[in-house]
Design a protein around this ligand. Structure first.
Ligand SMILES: Nc1ncnc2c1ncn2[C@@H]1O[C@H](COP(=O)(O)OP(=O)(O)O)[C@@H](O)[C@H]1O
Ligand SMILES: [Mg+2]
Length: 176
């Protein structure tokens, strides 16, 4: 067992085959809401559905109060890839990224009230092992209330792939 990451009330422990993520519950200073208040049985069911159907997330073994136990993913966050590796794998990474984004739409398209969405699609949450692109950070999966978004006029920012590319912008500096 080894702590591989510790930050702002979060701890990641490498158990060899699995990863444990412990989240010390605090309020998000911007929204005032608790960070893992949205995680319940239904959340777990949706996460499992996404995993079973598409396999681009780590398998989640358990979630109890503040602790996830999940599959250990090989590779590194794409933002930390060496320039040459990134150039070599760029088209593979981009095509898998599109696949992930289209899967998100495919999963949600028939739900008219709220969408189950990964709300932190920054480059450090995409792990690349040379073949597989995996979207980590499970508690970032949350529900987006479509009604609320329409009222706030935000859907373009949150629901479009442009948002994800905005988050990934700094990795493009090597290729363009
Ligand atoms: N399932 C996993 N497999 C391998 N490494 C992981 C896994 N989950 C997290 N990590 C490592 O821990 C780091 C932080 O994890 P993350 O869940 O994104 O934390 P945060 O909520 O602070 O963004 C990642 O960049 C990665 O290096
Ligand atoms: Mg993260």
């Amino acid at each position: 067992m080894k702590i591989i990451y510790e930050e702002k009330g979060k701890k990641i422990i490498d158990n060899g085959d699995t990863i444990t993520k412990i989240i010390i519950e605090t309020r998000n200073p911007k929204t005032g809401s608790y960070r893992i208040a949205h995680i319940d049985d239904n959340w777990f069911k949706c996460y499992q559905e996404i995993y079973e159907r598409y396999r681009f997330t780590p398998r989640l073994y358990s979630f109890k109060s503040d602790t996830f136990v999940m599959e250990k993913i090989k590779g590194v966050p794409i933002g930390t890839l060496h320039k040459n590796e990134y150039k070599r794998d760029y088209y593979k990474i981009i095509s898998k990224l599109f696949k992930i984004l289209s899967s998100l739409y495919e999963y949600n398209i028939n739900n008219s009230d709220r969408w189950f969405w990964h709300c932190d699609t920054v480059s450090k949450n995409f792990m690349w092992d040379g073949n597989n692109l995996t979207l980590i950070d499970p508690e970032a999966w949350c529900w987006i209330d479509l009604d609320l978004l329409t009222k706030l006029d935000l859907p373009d920012k949150i629901l479009s792939s442009a948002y994800s590319f905005e988050n990934l912008k700094h990795t493009q500096k090597w290729t363009f």
